[in-house]
Design a protein around this ligand. Structure first.
Ligand SMILES: *[C@@H]1O[C@H](CO)[C@@H](O)[C@H](O)[C@H]1NC(C)=O
Ligand SMILES: *[C@@H]1O[C@H](CO)[C@@H](O)[C@H](O)[C@H]1NC(C)=O
Ligand SMILES: *[C@@H]1O[C@H](CO)[C@@H](O)[C@H](O)[C@H]1NC(C)=O
Length: 363
């Protein structure tokens, strides 16, 4: 493991100038009690986890959802190939040996065969159950009392029993309904507390439904648009994550990240903040020049080539695992993502995506 000083030195050596933080919507930056950086810098590993050389013939490992418990990383990810998607679970303690950890393909569990992708894992405290939320044509979930026993993930159930909600059908155009994300507030009363379900349509819209924590996972409302980009769907594409910023009470209490395309067609993450999960989202680091994570603020570990130009579908590594999706932004983050050799030209589902880790650098 590298020290943060060593990471900072690596970063300083590799990058000459950081872009200034564009924040045109504000005249003055008011002092904030919230421990949130206004710009981010990362050092990336090389590819850590890719498909096994087995009879599955998987092309890419994608869309990681990660919790770290007692030093063990538990990872759920999509398995992609031209024939379709499913998911895999693996765990490891040593990052640089992650590639040799055994895969448990989740189609072996009651969760089953067929289209399932883009998992989000969290522990729903009121039920004392782990939830895996994913897309299967609807917004689906499975549950499991033991994250270490992947054979126990239940058969899929859906959040929207009547199928794709009307507002999504009306706005999706030729996009896809993808990347579901659940986050609940901290209100003590389970009948007042709300759990929200976000999803994207690859057409410039981020949707949000809600139900009470008492009724979760049932009772999801008709979605509303939480964020939209009517000019450029590529700027608000998919892979949204919403985190509670631990300890923050003000306008930066929640952090939203969404994946977008760079002008030359690679992937990066933009970020916003809000005082509430259903509130207005204010830009934080949301440009290609000052992204949450993208080519312009990522350097690679010593000896690692610039193997990917995309910082694509990923998640902050969470050590708090409950439904509030809490992350301590006052400490340097780890972000697991998918990258891909930019020279490979093939069908999108056959791209050789690999998982890697960004380690945040703080001065
Ligand atoms: C972490 O390890 C400690 C000591 O072995 C144990 O008591 C605790 O239950 C573990 N926590 C989790 C979340 O597994
Ligand atoms: C890691 O995953 C395997 C299944 O591949 C499981 O048997 C094992 O218990 C898991 N280890 C931990 C620490 O959760
Ligand atoms: C929540 O509402 C249900 C149904 O109305 C009720 O039975 C329950 O007592 C309420 N719980 C609390 C903590 O108020």
């Amino acid at each position: 493991m590298r020290t943060s000083a060593a990471l900072a030195a690596l970063w300083a050596g590799a990058v000459t100038a950081m872009p200034a933080r564009p924040r045109s919507c504000e005249v003055v930056d008011a002092p904030s009690p919230d421990p949130l950086p206004s710009s981010f810098k990362w050092v990336s590993t090389g590819p850590l986890v890719g498909p096994k050389n087995d009879d599955r013939n998987i092309a890419g490992i994608k869309d990681p959802s990660v919790v770290k418990i007692n030093g063990t990383y538990h990872v759920f990810a999509s398995t992609a190939k031209s024939e379709g998607y499913n998911m895999v679970y693996f765990n490891f303690t040593d990052l640089y040996s992650a590639g040799s950890s055994p895969f448990y393909y989740l189609d072996q569990a009651p969760l089953g065969y067929g289209y399932r992708a883009a998992p989000q894992v969290f522990y729903f405290e009121p039920h004392k159950l782990w939830y895996l939320v994913y897309q299967n044509g609807n917004a689906a979930y499975s549950t499991n009392p033991d994250i270490s026993d992947p054979s126990r993930w239940t058969a899929p159930e859906v959040f929207y029993p009547n199928g794709m909600p009307q507002i999504i059908a009306d706005n999706i155009g030729d996009g896809y309904w993808v990347d579901m994300w659940v986050v609940c507030d901290e209100e003590a009363d389970p009948n007042k507390s709300l759990c929200h379900l976000f999803s994207s349509d690859d057409n410039g819209h981020l949707y949000r439904s809600q139900t009470t924590r008492a009724r979760f996972p049932r009772g999801m409302s008709e979605p509303v648009m939480a964020l939209r980009d009517d000019n450029n769907k590529y700027a608000l594409w998919e892979a949204a994550c919403i985190y509670r910023n631990k300890g923050a009470t003000g306008s930066e209490k929640y952090v939203l990240i969404v994946e977008a395309f760079t002008v030359d067609g690679h992937r990066y993450f933009r970020s916003w903040t809000s005082s509430s999960i259903d509130g207005e989202w204010t830009p934080l680091a949301d440009t290609e020049a000052n992204p949450f994570a993208g080519e312009s603020n990522v350097v690679f570990e010593q000896g690692v080539s610039r193997w990917t130009r995309s910082i694509s579908h990923g998640e902050v590594v969470r050590s708090e695992t409950d439904q509030t999706m809490t992350v301590d932004f006052s400490e340097p983050l780890e972000f697991m993502y998918q990258g891909v050799d930019p020279n490979v030209q093939t069908d999108y589902n056959a791209l050789p995506w690999r998982l890697a880790l960004l380690k945040e650098v703080r001065e």
